[in-house]
Design a protein around this ligand. Structure first.
Ligand code: FES
Length: 93
């Protein structure tokens, strides 16, 4: 049995703006609702279109495309499906 999804915050490095990601929405969905046009395609963690670097925070990787090395350095992350283990992630957008 998996744990229920948690909400968390995402901060956009270029603007310092902070958005709350609720349990039922992806990071990309919330960014798009707020007018941030981050590229997205598969929304399942398999194509790599949405890959972005995480500058701070602990990601909860849910993709099927990144290797463990890519996840560690330079901290690549798929905001279409992945979430956070820490209360906030800072993304290089
Ligand atoms: Fe395909 Fe995120 S949109 S991996």
């Amino acid at each position: 049995m998996s744990l229920p999804e948690q909400s968390f915050e995402v901060q956009i490095a270029s603007t310092q703006a902070v958005y709350v990601i609720p349990p039922d929405k992806s990071i990309v969905q919330v960014l798009h609702e707020n007018g941030i046009k981050h590229p997205v395609s598969c929304e399942q963690g398999i194509c790599g279109t949405c890959i972005v670097r995480v500058l701070a925070g602990e990601p909860d990787h849910r993709d099927s495309i990144l290797t463990e090395a890519e996840r560690k350095v330079p901290g690549e992350f798929t905001p279409c499906c992945s979430r956070a283990k820490s209360p906030r992630l800072v993304l290089d957008i």
